[in-house]
Design a protein around this ligand. Sequence first.
Ligand code: HEC
Length: 267
Amino acid sequence: MKMKMIQKLTLAAAVASLAMATAFLPAGSARASAEGPELHEVDWSFNGPFGTFDRSQLRRGYKVYKEVCATCHSMQYVHFRNLGEPGGPEFTGPEVKALAAGYQVQDGPDLSGDMFERPGEGKDVFPAPYANEEAAAASLGAYPPDLSLVAKSRVGGPDYIHALMIGYTEAPADVTVPAGGYYNPYFTAGSGIIAMPPPLSDGQVDYDDGTPNTAEQMSQDVSAFLMWTAEPKLEARHRLGFQVMAYLLALAGILFFATRKIWADQH
Ligand code: HEC
């Protein structure tokens, strides 16, 4: 009786390991809600359990953020040094230094109690374009959310951002777009009315790696970049997930065959 019990427990452990291993397989990223047009699912390089970021894409996406989105949106959780860390755009040390120094950041107070501006350094976060939410909303009609984590806080993540960037259309006849507003059916939070003007058009940002700078391409690149800012440890997580999965699968196999061998004569 006791033997049977142990046999069952070992088998149960094997089954549990197998189940846990399969839990590491990715779930589909399709938008769950039925609202708004269906999102086109981009074949991102970071999809799937082995996915990694495309360094060149992240660098282009950074350029799009810097030259276009940063006029209105902050990115307050990203430090310049992050741009040089493994798993991201991996700019070199001198590149990070130079691009940080291209920004003026506020520091202080100095010995006389005054705040002052100085060139950015690796330890600084990206300076925000507006002093506060109210100032941004007053000038743009609505508050442009901080972009650091937006790829994780919207259903559909990078697919949503990609669709939003290039999804502007004429409003249907029964929808009145207020002054200062635009129509974008993907912006379900505002029933299609959005205060952000269409941010990307063909040829807007000069790419230096020869990639065609179409609005479609820039939209994908900036979405991939924002996926990285929202989940900078994605590659490490994928690596760990794979190791745990391999371990659990091996464990399930060992337990299964051990059970069979040990109990072969007991029936
Ligand atoms: C001219 C200013 C401006 C520029 C440039 C701009 N945005 Fe926006 N963005 C806004 C405003 C304002 C909102 C808030 C819209 C609203 O609530 O109606 C917004 C909202 C968003 C949202 C949130 C949508 C949601 O679901 O809440 C995302 C994502 C976004 N912008 C991404 C970008 C990206 C990426 C770029 C650069 C390619 C960019 N924006 C460029 C002003 C701008």
